[in-house]
Write a new protein. Structure first.
Length: 147
């Protein structure tokens, strides 16, 4: 499905505030609400818009220990291990990566003990060969990319 400038403008508005109505988006773009609704429905149908969500300040909820965890996983078990680890509620992102290590996780914890417990648990998995953990000190930018 080709994406035109109107689609990009609609998506950028939704990135800023996904709670806006079709009518409100249409007013910003000087288009009809029906046009905006049809465009959004097509973007959803094509899987370009996957879901609508809320941005949470996890630090304010006590999850102020964010970490990056890199993993080396033995051959043939990458997806199995990634899916298993992704089920943990503290893990928000799981990436396949290139380079020395095979996967990268982003996770948040309330305490160092909780982080330590998680790390020790995944290190017991049969096919996890190595982990490398980095504590995130400050987040400079964390937002969706605009089109």
């Amino acid at each position: 499905m080709p994406i035109d400038e109107l689609d990009k403008k609609i998506m950028n508005i939704l990135i800023e505030d996904s709670r806006l109505s079709y009518r409100q988006i249409a007013q910003k773009l000087k288009k009809s609400a029906a046009t905006v609704m049809n465009r959004v429905k097509n973007l959803e149908k094509e899987g370009i818009i996957k879901k609508y969500t809320t941005v949470i300040d996890y630090d304010k909820l006590g999850y102020d220990i964010p970490v990056i965890i890199e993993l080396r996983i033995l051959k043939g078990k990458l997806f199995e291990m990634e899916k298993r680890i992704a089920k943990n509620p503290n893990v928000s992102i799981v990436y396949d990566t290139t380079g020395e290590l095979d996967a990268t996780l982003i996770a948040r914890f309330k305490t160092r003990k909780a982080m330590d417990t998680f790390l020790k648990e995944i290190q017991t998995y049969d096919f996890i060969q190595r982990t490398n953990t980095k504590l995130i000190l400050n987040t400079i930018k964390e937002e969706n990319m605009k089109l």
